[in-house]
Design a protein around this ligand. Structure first.
Ligand SMILES: Cc1cc2nc3c(=O)[nH]c(=O)nc-3n(C[C@H](O)[C@H](O)[C@H](O)COP(=O)(O)OP(=O)(O)OC[C@H]3O[C@@H](n4cnc5c(N)ncnc54)[C@H](O)[C@@H]3O)c2cc1C
Length: 358
């Protein structure tokens, strides 16, 4: 049997918070687990905001997206699941034995007894500026994500967009940048009230009813934006703004073709979410969903919500394979699976304490 034809108990599609926690929990339920992610890295949407501080995950002091990815990945690897990166799943089918066959862009097939769909909002691509020649600045000072806040220290930054993401970045960058401008096409911003109020306190200059119409290269380097031409949408006037960086937050295009291209019929709530039960069941027996892609009554579209979804989906997958298995796993504090690991942890802690200065 080739590696490709190996049968897994659970195959998780998507390596964001929901998929990673599902990989951990599936190991805890002693199932043979594979996780497939189309990007060359794990962490899902957390990679969009690696330096932003996350406050609302229970039991975690404020942490960054990057640190949370590290912790999630470490936890996901506890039971050594098979991780396949750079693999885009293009469709989900069932064979004549009722087993799942996942088609991929590389042509490889993956075989599984159950599947957990954890694809978040699908494959995300930032909505780019619709201006001729804009792509040539992407290697220099036109940004669609903020990878490192330090880069913006003492610089003049124009943020484009009227939603939460643009507002948050304008606030966050204002701590480091010399000056931050915010351009948006509407009269008002569409963001959390507290964040909008903070813009003024942080000295962000808001430019409502304006639109970028041209990127003007710098005189010293033609691959660098030097100025941006902004049009006032109320009276048509055009003004040029000198900047060091342009951060565009015009949202994301989401690719969820996998759903429509599947042989199994996955019922949707709308174009963005799979309709499921609070336990993660979908319209397809054996196919479960978790995280942002799942909608059910009482759904929490937060990282914290991903964890409950993932554990539920894994528990249902376990019972799909072994109907008389308990509905949930033994809590980790009393779970025999951790006995040896707890011993090792305790040993390490004692060794550290013994070596610590008195
Ligand atoms: C800017 C921003 C800030 C946020 N801040 C917070 C916050 O402070 N607190 C909070 O709780 N939540 C926050 N969120 C929301 C949080 O990030 C999401 O709820 C969470 O990431 C959802 O996790 P997920 O695993 O369901 O999906 P995702 O994180 O979207 O991961 C899905 C993964 O599936 C992969 N995938 C998709 N399609 C395929 C395919 N066909 N084949 C293979 N792989 C595929 C994707 O590449 C991706 O890696 C924020 C979101 C954004 C955008």
């Amino acid at each position: 049997m080739t590696k490709e034809r190996e049968l897994f108990d659970v195959t998780i599609i998507g390596g964001g918070p929901a998929g990673l926690y599902a990989a951990f929990y599936s190991g805890l339920r002693e199932m043979k687990t594979k996780l497939i992610e189309c990007q060359p890295f794990l962490g899902g949407k957390l990679n969009v905001y690696p330096e932003k501080v996350i406050w609302d995950v229970g039991g975690l002091p404020p942490t960054t997206g990057e640190k949370l990815i590290g912790n999630l990945v470490r936890q996901a690897m506890t039971f050594n699941p098979e991780i396949v990166l750079n693999e885009k799943v293009t469709g989900i089918d069932k064979d004549e034995d009722g087993l799942f066959v996942l088609r991929t862009a590389s042509g490889r097939l993956h075989h599984s007894r159950t599947v957990i769909l954890a694809i978040g909002g699908g494959i995300l691509k930032p909505t780019k500026l619709n201006l001729e020649g804009a792509e040539r600045f992407e290697a220099s000072n036109l940004h669609y994500t903020v990878k490192s806040i330090g880069r913006f220290r003492d610089r003049t930054v124009l943020v484009a967009g009227g939603g939460n993401s643009a507002i948050d970045w304008a606030n966050e960058l204002s701590e480091f940048a010399r000056k931050v401008y915010l351009t948006y096409r509407r009269d008002t911003l569409k963001g959390h009230e507290a964040s909008v109020t903070m813009l003024e306190r942080n000295g962000v200059v808001c430019l409502p009813n304006t639109e970028i119409i041209r990127l003007i290269p710098s005189e010293r380097d033609e691959d660098l934006i030097g100025r941006v031409a902004l049009k006032d949408l109320e009276d048509g006037a055009v003004a040029e703004l000198e900047i060091d960086d342009l951060v565009v937050c015009h949202g994301y295009e989401r690719e969820t073709d996998i759903i429509g291209n599947s042989g199994v019929r996955i019922e949707m709530k709308d174009e963005y979410c799979v309709k499921g039960t609070p336990s993660g069941e979908t319209s397809v027996p054996g196919l479960f969903a978790a995280g942002d892609i799942l909608w059910h009554e009482g759904k929490l579209h937060l990282i914290a919500g991903c964890f409950q979804d993932a554990a539920n989906a894994v528990n249902r997958a376990k019972q799909y394979i072994t109907p008389d298995a308990p509905g949930w796993g033994m809590v980790s504090s009393h779970n025999e699976l951790f006995r040896e690991r707890n011993r090792a942890l305790k040993k390490r802690l004692f060794a550290e304490l013994a070596g610590a200065p008195k």
